[in-house]
Design a protein around this ligand. Structure first.
Ligand SMILES: [Zn+2]
Ligand SMILES: [Zn+2]
Length: 292
């Protein structure tokens, strides 16, 4: 695709979404998907955001919040969208947990020293609380799949912020068991990355090095929801729940594992164990939210 075609596409993307939302806004106020109140979104400018600010790890919490607000504008009222809390330094260089103390450098947390992780690094966009938690729940349990694209864009920006794209061969969503998949109708982890190629084109970002491979992992054990289980129960629950879909696809590959939420890391660690045993070179983890 030529540069002109790419910029035409970006312009079209931006104009089309702006016109569509302006029209909808003129007819109907929006209903906030978190609190249910009606609101008039400010004139929506589409997804034409300055992507450069995401390429900078020193990006301020204010800038991250501002981006969240812009992307979520058509879906969340200003009060809900302003309560988003980004994950920012100082955090654990391995598992990415945000430290309570807001001073000092990134370092390895006590938990990662006590029980070393199998993955290389884990990073997340925001703290799993308030608005972000409710937004993920609306997507997963209420089928509000229109939230997948803006949330997926936030995840995409985190990907290009924290990793060198050329060093990730495969992007793999954490799978659902077939029964849960049929009941829900979608895998939220896959929905979050489904439009990454589209995002990359819209922002002129080269993504040809990293391939999305949704069937690299299979979940073959129907586990209890991890919510409400303690650490030991979570580990037992998830043990041997995953297997490799096609080992020829993962052999020697650097993999980025995608999930919606990182809680204790039990799921991420178990998926990593299976992928490494199956021949993967390395595994990193990216989630939309991180429990603190
Ligand atoms: Zn609201
Ligand atoms: Zn850690």
């Amino acid at each position: 695709m030529s540069l002109t075609q790419k910029s035409d596409k970006r312009e079209y993307f931006s104009k089309a979404s702006w016109m569509a939302s302006a029209l909808i806004e003129a007819i109907l106020p929006s209903k906030c998907l978190v609190c249910g109140s009606f609101f008039q979104p400010a004139m929506y400018k589409g997804y034409n955001l300055p992507v450069k600010i995401f390429n900078d790890e020193s990006m301020s919490a204010y800038q991250k919040k501002n981006t969240f607000n812009k992307l979520m504008l058509p879906f969340l009222c200003p009060a809900c969208s302003s309560s988003f809390v980004p994950v920012e330094s100082p955090f654990c260089c391995i598992c990415g947990i945000k430290f309570k103390s807001r001073i000092g450098d990134d370092h390895v947390c006590g938990e990662c020293i006590k029980s070393p992780k199998k993955f290389r690094t884990a990073r997340a966009v925001g703290v799993y609380e308030g608005t972000l938690m409710k937004t993920i729940q609306r997507l997963k349990y209420k089928g509000k799949i229109q939230l997948a694209r803006p949330l997926g864009m936030l995840l995409f920006f985190a990907f290009i912020t924290y990793w060198d794209k050329k060093r990730i061969d495969l992007i793999v969503p954490v799978p659902l068991h077939i029964k849960r998949f049929r009941k829900r109708g979608f895998n939220q982890a896959y929905l979050l990355i489904r439009d990454w190629l589209f995002c990359a084109n819209a922002f002129n970002i080269e993504l040809s090095y990293s391939k999305i491979e949704k069937n690299a992992l299979i979940k073959n054990k129907q586990t209890e929801p991890q919510t409400g289980l303690d650490r030991k129960q979570r580990l037992a629950n998830i043990k041997n729940a995953f297997s490799i879909g096609d080992s020829s696809k993962i052999t020697g590959k650097s993999i980025l594992l995608i999930d919606d939420v990182y809680t204790t890391g039990a799921t991420a660690n178990e998926c990593t164990r299976v992928l490494l045993n199956g021949g993967a070179e390395s595994v990193d983890v990216l989630t939309l939210a991180r429990s603190m």
